[in-house]
Design a protein around this ligand. Sequence first.
Ligand code: NAD
Length: 422
Amino acid sequence: MTSHSTSRLYQEAAANVDQATAAIDMDPKVRHILSAPMNELIINFPVQRDTGDYEVLQGYRIQHNNVLGPYKGGIRFHPGVDLDEVRALATWMTFKCALLQLPFGGAKGGVAIDPHLLSDAELERVVRRFTHSLGENIGPEFDIPAPDMGTDARTMGWMMDTYLNSRGPGERQNARRVVTGKPVELGGSLGRDSATGRGAAYALRHLYGELDRTLVGETAAIQGFGNVGSHAAVALSELGVKIIAIADVTGVVHDPDGLDVEKLRAHADDRGGVADYPQSEGLRVEEFFALDVDILVPAALETQITAANVDSIRARVIVEAANGPVTAEAAAVLEHGGVHVIPDILANAGGVVVSYYEWVQNKTSDRWTAKDVDERLRDAMWDAADRVANRRLERRCTRRQAAYMEAASLLQTVYGLRGIFP
Ligand code: NAD
């Protein structure tokens, strides 16, 4: 990939792309195009702290590819954000949208801050100033942000409002779809908040169907109890899975008899995390990953299952609800040991699928029911999972390779039909 690809995460994203494009014998011209982001934006912007002092923050927006449609991807607020991480995440978005056959390209943005250390007023100023600085680099038919780690529906409300205020009055209503994952009252879709977690559960159901096994009575451990992890926990519980451990940034809680997910949610909302949940014992992170569970769902950060801890993993199924939680080295060990890994570009695609539904509803001034959204989400996830399963059997490869090949094939076809200008 490009010479500036330094971080391990970006190298892994590049390797995913290289392997898939080679496996489908992609036209070298298209391989070149996909091997680097189209646009890379670095923005240094000032923000006033509550003390009155100013701080200059650095934000990024990487637009990887838009051959299938407008750039699409979340905005991450986390102290670990850097340019290479955002490049990797943007690259994965291109392949995720292609795998799900959405009319969107891939992008990602981020700011290296810990939103939990800012007051509400400071956070709002960060969001509004960053959005304003992005200016014409986002737009309802050009580049459409959404929530990711550290951002949520409220963030999207501020982004939308800031963007609309920079438009002429006649354009404003039509520009609401500049972001997705908005509060429902501002034009968000029903079911968007739970979409990534529910989508992961649909991908898991599909896998159990392929294996001719039932999920009822299976045990699971989930890392991350934010948007993705908490909704995945609810969706898995509804399917009869017993959630015996949940980890977040505050700690790990464990109950071999099964955690009450709703009670834990109320506790985490109240206390800012899962730590000190009364009906449980605490565990160390190493113990969490080594738990004797059927299903492990990493739904927090990238690079969590690595060469260092992969030998301790006892789960037989891993659902990559986060982006990039299993390194390539660890994935090879898992696959070799017969562990089923549902790759991130499939497992967590539910979020961008329902973001697309939100964008369509905004564009058509329509409002779909929660049931309608959920049924469409299920069909979209199962259709993609079917295609991945078929290609895997046909090519005798891993699910990750099959998912990337499936996505790369569509990108190849579209470039083939459009040609490369001039
Ligand atoms: P979030 O900010 O809502 O929640 C993140 C969770 O991870 C929190 O519970 C936090 O406590 C936990 N966490 C952070 N650091 C941790 C650590 N060191 N150890 C254990 N837990 C830790 O974020 P989210 O939106 O749920 O995103 C989680 C992952 O899912 C990210 O990889 C994101 O890119 C991916 N994802 C999110 C969406 C979406 O719709 N929000 C869609 C696709 C993929």
